[in-house]
Design a protein around this ligand. Structure first.
Ligand SMILES: C[S@@+](CC[C@H](N)C(=O)[O-])C[C@H]1O[C@@H](n2cnc3c(N)ncnc32)[C@H](O)[C@@H]1O
Length: 253
């Protein structure tokens, strides 16, 4: 857990804010489609944002006067959320908890539960806990069938040439659908494509590469990393591009 927390703390420096254009575009698309499916986001309704990160959903929802509870174990992610929420004047509408989803106490069910792109939802226990956190409605967002990041592909290939890696993460929307079926909850889903670029200095890109390897329990070889980075760019700035499919799932009890 400590290593994973450190991964997210490190990533927080580069993770998009609620108003980063590529992220905001995805969030607005997700909010618009889920609204069409009947998710209310009404003023004063309560919403739990599991693995809130920098507040990419919490802040836009607080701007709609939703009463948000944001939970995340990463202090650095939450520091960004708090600062941006203050700057937007919505800090009073967001309760922030530095907490792991496994151990977070849901005292009263929320009107809406939302979990987007978070490893917090990783097994039957955490999926069921998410579904049960609202007696009304839920939204789950995860990677879809592909995630293309040529730099990470090359990095994994160079370290473990004989292994096949999936870049879409372990929890699939199908796992959540299976639990919704088991609980007789009706749901709808939709896929869409997204893409973004992150710009790193050479040293930051080395750190990014190290974290990407360590989260897959691979020991980084810095000579391989440096060679790859030199191949990517001849300047001090390294641009890492990702294109992926995301899945949105909406359910009602
Ligand atoms: C990719 S970010 C997603 C942030 C935001 N939900 C979004 O869609 O932009 C994943 C977040 O999940 C958080 N996270 C990781 N493990 C978690 C856990 N066990 N419980 C709650 N949050 C967790 C990380 O700290 C990180 O902030």
């Amino acid at each position: 857990m400590q290593q994973k927390k450190q991964f997210w703390d490190t990533l927080a420096k580069h993770y998009p804010h609620f108003n980063t254009p590529s992220m905001s575009k995805d969030v607005q698309e997700i909010l618009a489609w889920t609204k069409e499916q009947g998710i209310a986001y009404a003023p004063q309704s309560t919403l739990l944002d599991i693995g809130s990160g920098t507040g990419t959903f919490s802040i836009p929802l607080a701007l709609l006067h939703v009463k948000v509870t944001a939970i995340d174990p990463s202090a650095n992610m939450l520091a960004v959320l708090e600062e941006d929420a203050r700057n937007e004047g919505v800090i009073e509408r967001i309760k922030i908890h530095q907490s792991d989803w496994n151990t977070f106490d849901v005292l009263t069910p929320y009107d809406i539960v939302l979990a987007s792109m978070t490893p917090a939802i990783h097994d039957t226990f955490t999926i069921d806990k998410m579904i049960d956190a609202s007696s009304k409605q839920g939204v789950f967002v995860s990677w879809g069938s592909y995630r293309l990041n040529p730099f990470v592909d090359a990095l994994l290939q160079a370290h473990r040439p004989n292994e096949l890696f999936s870049q879409t993460g372990s929890i699939k929307a199908q796992d959540v659908m299976a639990r919704l079926d088991a609980k007789n909850c009706s749901y709808v889903s939709k896929c869409f494509e997204t893409q973004w670029s992150d710009t790193y200095t050479f040293e930051e890109a080395k750190e990014y590469a190290k974290e990407q390897l360590e989260r897959r329990s691979i020991a980084p070889d810095f000579s391989i990393i440096e060679t790859l980075l030199h191949q990517c760019s001849s300047s001090e700035q390294i641009e890492i591009h990702t294109k992926a499919e995301k899945v949105i799932l909406v359910w009602k009890h």
